[in-house]
Design a protein around this ligand. Structure first.
Ligand SMILES: *[C@@H]1O[C@H](CO)[C@@H](O)[C@H](O)[C@H]1NC(C)=O
Ligand SMILES: *[C@@H]1O[C@H](CO)[C@@H](O)[C@H](O)[C@H]1NC(C)=O
Ligand SMILES: *[C@@H]1O[C@H](CO)[C@@H](O)[C@H](O)[C@H]1NC(C)=O
Ligand SMILES: *[C@@H]1O[C@H](CO)[C@@H](O)[C@H](O)[C@H]1NC(C)=O
Length: 347
């Protein structure tokens, strides 16, 4: 048994090695020297982890190279080397914005674009990329920082649409849908892909998209409701329900939530207790008031008048307080304000 197992294992190892062989070496450009990183000004500066390699996708294994931060063995790192196939490489920032394929090509997530190895350099969380000529037209031949392109996003990538039923993107691969998508043929608005980054990944449909609500100079979207979204705060997509009629606007749901009143647990024993206490004090105050009225000789004394007034105020205040304590959240709007004012004035 043992021997057989060993033979099978050996055969398997041989066939894997013989069938594929080690991947051919590829040159990967590191924008800066080891121990340096690329700043947002696109200059190199001291300070970087030795585990500086961005995510690498192993095509044959269909998984990310582990550990992240280290290079696969077939990568040859060219330090301090920037691409020279263009004048103005685009600066891309964010470690989730790109991934290096094990064959050396770079995949840009939000453009759904693969560029060859000699057209880019990378750092841990940034890259300088010479984009194909088509993309450079969006930059008006200006450096990126001076003139960021106007961008609109298609949420589910070039071939996806949104399924409301399953709250997810589904892939249709229908060329007609993409060709007819807003900005598909635009020369001044660049169509990119992906959702805005939301807290808790909470995405909501804000409205139907209307071209007249889109500001072509800035990329901002102003909805009928007056809500404004920066180009990083929304994306557009077909929903399966309205696939031939509308494109919908997707944004983070936090743009729509109003601060909610803090939930008051109904089972809190304190509120009935406070109310009971206050009702008891109301009873005693009433008794005090009645008793003082029964002694007519007091009525002209200034002290008596002050005391009566004082006790009456306390009574009304306590009564209102008791009512608010037992009614919990159910008093709303003007009634709430009026009762609040009264309590404050009386006590
Ligand atoms: C590397 O692999 C990706 C993904 O499979 C592919 O799109 C790209 O064309 C490949 N690059 C080269 C140089 O073969
Ligand atoms: C939604 O999910 C269900 C179950 O996973 C699947 O059968 C169905 O095809 C999905 N519908 C869409 C529109 O993707
Ligand atoms: C692609 O979408 C268009 C428009 O929604 C539709 O008319 C066409 O039949 C679809 N084509 C395929 C192959 O699904
Ligand atoms: C974009 O161009 C394609 C053909 O190149 C055309 O079929 C499509 O209708 C155009 N889309 C828009 C929105 O004009």
């Amino acid at each position: 048994m043992h021997l057989l197992g060993l033979v099978v294992l050996t055969l398997a190892t041989v066939s894997v090695a013989g069938g594929k062989g080690p991947p051919p070496p590829v040159n990967i450009r590191k924008c800066c020297r080891l121990g340096e990183h690329l700043e947002k000004t696109q200059k190199c500066a001291a300070g970087a982890s030795l585990k500086w390699v961005p995510r690498v996708w192993l095509i044959a294994r269909n998984q990310l190279h582990q550990p992240v931060g280290e290079a696969p063995r077939h990568f040859r790192i060219l330090e301090n080397t920037q691409p020279d196939t263009c004048q103005e490489p685009e600066f891309i920032y964010g470690e989730n914005k790109f991934v290096i394929f094990s064959n050396g090509s770079l995949f840009l997530d939000d453009r759904n674009l693969v560029v060859p190895t000699e057209t880019y350099c990378v750092e841990r969380d940034s890259a300088l990329v010479c984009l194909p000529a088509h993309y450079r037209t969006f930059h008006h031949n200006q450096p990126y920082l001076a003139h960021p392109p106007v961008v609109a996003r298609k949420c589910c990538g070039p071939s996806g649409a949104w399924s409301q039923l399953n709250s997810t993107c589904v892939f249709l691969d229908n060329r007609t849908l993409l060709q007819n998508f807003p900005f598909a043929n635009s020369t001044h608005v660049e169509l990119r892909y992906g959702f805005p980054e939301c807290k808790n990944n909470d995405i909501a449909i804000a409205d139907h998209f209307r071209l007249e609500n889109f500001m072509e100079e800035t990329g901002m979207l102003i909805l009928e409701s007056g809500k404004q979204f920066h180009s990083t705060e929304f994306c557009l997509e077909h929903t399966l329900d309205e696939i031939n009629t509308y494109v919908s606007v997707f944004t983070c749901s936090e743009h729509f939530s109003h601060p909610k009143t803090a939930p008051v647990p109904n089972n809190d024993i304190r509120f009935p207790l406070y109310a009971a206490g206050l009702f008891i004090s109301v009873v005693f105050l009433l008794a005090t008031l009645l008793a003082s009225f029964l002694v007519p000789s007091n009525h002209h004394v200034l002290h008596w008048r002050c005391q009566t007034h004082y006790v009456a105020c306390l009574l009304v205040g306590d009564l209102l307080l008791a009512i608010t304590q037992i009614s919990g959240n159910s008093i709303i709007g003007p009634a709430c304000t009026i009762i609040g004012e009264f309590i404050e004035m009386r006590i």
